[in-house]
Design a protein around this ligand. Structure first.
Ligand code: PLP
Length: 422
């Protein structure tokens, strides 16, 4: 797809050395608004991130110029749409460092990707008394699909515990790696705690025992450079909407050899090679797993998001967010009665905390009146809350467009909450 003038301007403006915080913010039109009369401070990025104009333009361009169904038309618009969709797949391949484009399956998001693996790979490989090994810090989407599968198959869901700082207990992980384990499924980064898990080590230890590994990268892909070949994981998932792309699109990476032997997930158009009432043969990868009309515009928008973060550089984004995380951690630590939940040595941009005697929903409501968007609740990780014996936390989560001033506003807002509820 042609680079439009705005994208060219972004590329030109992208700083080589200094971090151009205001330039980055200008790329995200939604950030310019006021909420309850205050400048919007958007710190709910782990739930979903905002979209740069490059992504909005790509969506608009698709619907105003190229809109058509893919893979089956001989006309110009269909060819353009197909090319845009397949170019987006190639961008995802590069983004994840996968070997081949056919190893990238477009899905709705991380949730669908994990369900896909559970109902194809899991259905074939997991039987009575087998085990699926997860961790105590998983998002519900990396718990429930395995639970459903285990119930259906008479298998067992096993859980590696975490420490008080929210780190995975690697000694306990190793103890649980026994011959009954047929799959390890682990978050790269915890959405509730920010912990970055040692996935390379997890993969190495699991592979040494012949156990495949699925990595849920929903909270890692927006914040750090991912290389699935370096990680050597068997499956990797992420959601486009957390990487500045549209909702309803994400990707599953799988090693070609595994994907090839897996049965299809959904049946329908495009995933077949031939159909008779007696027998259907399936299409080649990746189409075998992409039944029906996919989210074409979403994939193209995700491609634009990947181009956008690529222009800035994932390493620079990670460094910027890490500096913000340290700054925010220090600012919040000064608030009396505030306890950070998740203090792992290696963390990505999540500040999850509780305020003594004040319910997180009250914190969130007061912050909202200050124009500050945070998330309060269990963050779809109820077992994490149980582990720390709390019902909920307030979570501020970072993105590349956040600034120190916004973290100052957050800390000031939390001080205000303290005063109001004193
Ligand atoms: N895994 C983790 C760690 C997440 O944080 C999330 C969403 O917050 C998901 C999976 C599910 O992502 P989605 O709802 O986009 O499918």
């Amino acid at each position: 797809m042609a680079v439009n003038s705005h994208q060219a301007a972004v590329a030109e403006r992208t700083p080589v050395t200094a971090w151009d915080a205001q330039g980055v913010r200008r790329d995200f039109p939604i950030l310019a608004q006021r909420v309850h009369g205050k400048p919007l401070v958007y710190l709910d990025n782990a739930a979903t991130s905002q979209k740069p104009r490059a992504v909005l333009d790509a969506l608009l361009d698709f619907y105003t110029r190229d809109c058509s169904n893919i893979h089956r038309g001989v006309h110009e618009l269909s060819e353009r749409a197909t090319a845009g969709y397949e170019e987006a797949r190639e961008k995802v391949r590069t983004f994840l460092g996968a070997r081949e484009a056919r190893e990238i399956i477009f899905v709705r998001g991380a949730t669908e990707a994990i369900n896909l693996v559970a109902w194809t790979f899991g259905r074939e490989r997991i039987g009575v008394d087998d085990e699926v090994l997860i961790t105590a810090m998983e998002h519900h989407s990396n718990i429930v699909p395995w639970q459903i599968l285990c119930e259906a198959k008479g298998a067992k869901l096993c859980v590696t515990p975490i420490s008080d700082s929210g780190e995975l207990r690697m000694d306990e992980f190793e103890k649980r790696l026994n011959p009954r384990v047929k799959l390890v499924a682990v978050a790269h980064v915890s959405n509730a705690l920010g912990t970055v898990n040692p996935v390379e080590e997890i993969v190495r230890m699991s592979h040494a025992r012949g156990i495949p590994v699925l990595v849920d990268g929903a909270q890692a892909a927006p914040h750090m450079k991912v290389d699935v070949q370096e990680l050597d994981c068997d499956f990797y998932t992420f959601s486009g909407h957390k990487v500045y792309g549209p909702t309803g699109i994400g990707a599953l990476y799988g090693k070609a050899a595994l994907l090839d032997e897996m049965p299809p997930f959904h049946g329908g158009g495009d995933m077949i090679s031939s159909v008779t009432f007696e027998k259907t043969t399936y299409n080649v990868l990746p189409y075998k797993f992409e039944a029906g009309t996919p989210n074409i515009a979403g994939a193209i928008g995700l491609g634009a998001a990947i181009d956008y973060v690529g222009r800035i550089g994932m390493e620079r984004i990670a460094a910027h967010e890490h500096a913000l995380l340290e700054y925010g951690t220090r600012a919040l630590a000064r608030v009396p009665g505030l306890r950070m939940v998740g203090t792992a040595r290696k963390k990505a941009g999540v500040l999850s905390f509780v305020l003594e005697g004040i319910h997180p929903h009250d914190v969130g409501t007061v912050l909202d009146r200050e124009g500050i968007a945070v998330r309060t609740g269990h963050h779809c990780a109820q077992p994490v809350m149980d582990r720390f014996r709390i019902p909920a936390t307030t979570r501020a989560s970072l993105a590349l467009y956040n600034t120190r001033e916004e973290l100052d506003a957050l800390a000031a807002g939390v001080w205000k909450v303290k005063e109001m509820f004193a």
